[in-house]
Each structure stands twice: as structure tokens, then as C-alpha cells.
Design a protein around this ligand. Sequence first.
Ligand SMILES: O=c1ccn([C@@H]2O[C@H](COP(=O)(O)O)[C@@H](O)[C@H]2O)c(=O)[nH]1
Length: 615
Amino acid sequence: CADGHDDHASEAHMHLPQKRAYPSVPLTPPSRPLVWGDVNIIHTTDSHGWLLGHQKPSFPEPNYSGDFGDFASFVSHMKEIALEKGVDLLLVDSGDLHDGTGLTDGYPAGGVDAHDANKFFDKLPYDVLAIGNHELYDYPNTLDIYENFAPKYPGRYLSSNVNITVAGPNGTAVSVPVGSRFAKFHTLFGRKVTALGVLYDFTGNDHNTTVQKVEAMVNETWFKEAIAEEPDFFLLAGHMPVYKDKWPFVFNAIRAVHPTTPIFILGGHTHIRDCVQLDGRSMSLESGRYMETVGFLSANLDHKNSTANITFNRRYLDPNRVTYEYHTGRGNHSFDTWLGQEITRGLNELAESYDLSYLYGTAPQDYSLSRWVSTSPEARTGTDSPSSDPYPSNGSLLTLFIEQVIPVALAINNTRAAIPNIIITNSGELRFDLYKGPFTKNDQLTASPFTDSFLYIPNVTLGVASKVLPTLNKAGANEKRSLEREEELYGRGVVDMRYRAWLEEMDRRDGEVKRAAQNLTLGYVTQDSCPGVGDDTVHAPLPYYGSPDFLSSIPPTGADDTVIDLVFINFIQDQLLGVLNGLQSEKVYADSDVLSYSPFLADEVLGLFAAEKWN
Ligand SMILES: O=c1ccn([C@@H]2O[C@H](COP(=O)(O)O)[C@@H](O)[C@H]2O)c(=O)[nH]1
């Protein structure tokens, strides 16, 4: 094994919990050392609970096998290196800590999503953290951040445009920032920093939370006052994509006052690796998702009022022990810090206490969302030829979910099971591939973490109901999606299309050629608009298969006027009612026509199906 972990390799094949996230297969090391500057930043974003690392053996999963304990050891060693070099190293997170694995979503009854997992976050020396949209879908999660998480980082958990309504001193409701609006601090080497934490224009937030539009935020008095004094650099963290979003509003507002002050932007949300330069004295970095990427950004700052271009460097690291040891010059025996080991131990204890290894059944094959997955021996090195699992197909998780899993699970103890139905869900409800072998509670919550419910409208005619899906997807929506619709979906947090477009583009660019060469493992291959190469480790891209935004079960047969149940996931209720009212004029459907279809939630149906069909 490349880094001498043979004795632990068998652990990586167990289902869960893992004792240590050692890569179970040889991993490609980084292509070259990091370029350090005077100011350096390690960046995480959209971690969504992936603190135990990616544990499945098929590529590209081992690329991301480092757990949060390994990451903590990496950060400690990088801090030591920075100290030796006499340079600043900051740690920044751009939000979305909730929703995505058993560690966040597998909490026992009465608990709060991510409350326990977030305790490991606050063991790391984050300088600035920004709020994400997934901190706002459910009020209890936002309240937990406000009451328990933000106070762990006094003044450094930033929610520049996000408020929560809480009980004020005399019982009256008050709307207050979830964290702080901005932070001003000095780095270890005395550089003055002004930091913000901005959320994109998210509209899917729960009651009693508010998100102010970015263009309105920059007109606030507090904002103008916060940016008035010139720091050595601005640090703009935020859950907002670095490209095609509203960073320019913030950037331009600062540039109007400080035309040359260096600006670092650390964005997130679209789950991609991306880099943009808004001018020669600024760089914007976005560092992927699910702890599949750790971003590194560095710059050599020059003197005040200089107008020369600043030399920035950015790198997208694959978070695994080979990467971490390479960049810190540590060997396997000198890498782990006490804190790192404590975090790994604590995470495994949490997994155990949440019973994440609870076995529902054994998946007969791999099911993928948009890419090839295979457990053939060659797949262990990422060099076998890809099998085809497009949607719809037998290997597509989307097909399995909508055509088998949901119909089987929702029929359990359901008095309406005998009534024909059409079931519709958004494809974003599914978040991760499902692998052959033991299917555990953790796998259930990783593939489908949302506590969304299933609703229905009775007595919809088959003729109308069968037109709902094509209308939602607007036949060929991927090419012709109207700007208005895209904006509405985007506002509610639907960015899957941007991530999918990114995967598609990297495959189209040179996927076939690179895979055919058989000398590279599978992984991300980034082409962004910043100078030089960003990926730290060279890979061949995964084959990509597209999928629609919405999915439907197989419709029943019958005449157009047969009445059926139109079943759907609550996340799409508004859109579905809008479409239904556009398709017929006999009745104006409203929220009051919508009924509960099943007590089972989206984060349970895969487990119910596995228990029934995979045993
Ligand atoms: O209750 C929910 C909440 C979200 N979704 C899906 O999640 C994404 C947004 O997540 P990001 O990590 O911010 O991209 C969105 O595409 C929704 O489809 C959901 O299905 N149910």
C-alpha cells in the first residue's frame, strides 16, 4: 500500500464505523509543493457532515478518505510551518455544516441536526466562519447555531445578511444576526483584517429567519461603517458562488472606497472547485463540497496604495493522508497530533452512539447519481472501463429511488396503497451514490438526508397528472430553462444543475482521452479562470451522465379521466401547485387541498425498501 497502511486496509472494507480513515488503496500524491505567500488561507466549504471522510473503496472515494481528525493534524502542522516561515495562515469555512451524513442527520429523537457533529468543528482554530443555506431550512438548526455554535467563535461566526428571530429580554420577539455582521481583527503577524460572511439571496429559509438581499446589505449603515477604515486586506467569506452570483456587489462597494486594498473572497454553495479574479488585487476561491476538497489560497501582499497586480496562488487539495503528509513533510508515524487522534476517536464514538452501522440490508449492486461507480478490482485503481449508468437505467440511483424505493416504502401500512398514483420528487432529494454491499443507517442518510414528507392531492385526472412532470422539467429544461425559473429554483437553494454542468464539462473536455490512457486515477479535473493549474493531484475525470431536475414514478395505465392520487415531496409543493393550476382550469389548487400521504420521511424510505427487498 502506498503509504504503508496495509495492516489497516481490511478496516476500510467494513461497513461502519471505521476506526481510522486510512486510504485502503494506493493514492496518487500531489504533483508539486504548495506555493506559500505572506498571507495563506486554508478553506473548507459545504462539508455537510462528511467529517469521517469518504470510506468506500471505489474511486474517486479514496481521494477524499481523510477524516476531520486527519484534517486537524494537517492544520496543526501547517500552522507550525507558517510560524517557521514567519507568515500568516488563516482557516476559513464558508458554511453548510448541516444535512448530508449520519453524523449530522442520524441524531436520536429530540436532538438537533449537526449539533453533535459541530462540536468537532469548534475544536479547530477557525478564524472566520460564514453561515450557509443549510443552516436555515429548519428553525431549530438556526437556533442551535445561534445559541450553541456561534458563541464558540466569539465575533468570528459571520452572518452579515442573515438574522434569526428570538425572544428578547422582556419576552418580545427580536430579529438579531445569527452570528456577527462583520469581524475586525489582527493576524498573528499583525495584519489588520476586515471580514464579512455573506449568504447568497436564499429564499427557502424557515420562518423566523431572514436573509437580506446582497445589494440591500451593501447599502446598510453598518456595512458602510465596517468597511470605511482601510485594513491590510478584506476577507470576504460567504456561502455564495464565486462566479455568476452577487460577490461583485460586495466587491464594488469596497472598491468604491478602497480602490487597491487586497481582497480575498472565499465562496461556496455550488459544490464545485472554482476560482475567479475580479481584479489584479483580488482572488476568489470556491473549494468544492463534502470534504472532497480543501482549498489553499496564498498571496504576497505589497505596500499600501500599490496598484500593481498581486501574485496569488490557489490549489484544490484532495483531503487524504497522502496529500496531508506530502504538504507537511510528515511521515505516517509523525503525522497524527493528539488533537487529530482525539477528533477521530470522538467521531467514531458519535457514529457508534447514533448506531450508524445499523444494517438495513445488502445492496446487490452500485447505484449512481450521475457517474459511473463500480466495485470491480480494476475500479480500485480507477482504470477499468466505465460501465454505463445513465438515468433511467438499472444502475441509476434516481431510477431505483423513484420507480422502486418510494412506491414500495410508501405502500407500507398505507390505506391508499390500492389507489393508482403518480409520485413526483426533485432529483436533488438524492445527494450521494449508493454502493454494493452492506446498506447501513449511515448510507441511508448519506444518499437521502432530508426530513421531507410525502403529500398528495386526491382525485387528479390521469390526463392532467401525467403532464405535471414534463411541465416541471419543461421538456429539455437543461438547455432551455427560462431565466425566471432558474432564478426561482436557485433562490430556493437548487444548485445541482451547476454542479452537474461542471462534471459534464470536465468529462466532455478530455474525459475519454484521459481515461483511455489508464495512467491516472479518477477524480476532479478543474479548469477555472485563474492562472495556472488548480488541482493539487492530477486525475482523469469521471464519465458523466445527465439527469432531470424532477422525477416521476411509472404512471398507471388508464383513460385520461381516471382519477388518481398525485403524490409528491413537500420540498416542491409550491412549484407543483403552480404547475397543476397552469395545466387545468377546473379547480384552483391551494395548500388546503394538500394532504399527508405517509408518515415516512424521505430520509427513511431507502432503509424501509432495503429491509424489505435486500435481505
Ligand atoms: O429539504 C430539502 C432541502 C434541500 N434539498 C435539495 O438540496 C439542494 C440544496 O442543497 P445545497 O447543498 O445548498 O446545494 C437543492 O438542490 C434541493 O434540491 C431538498 O431536496 N430538500
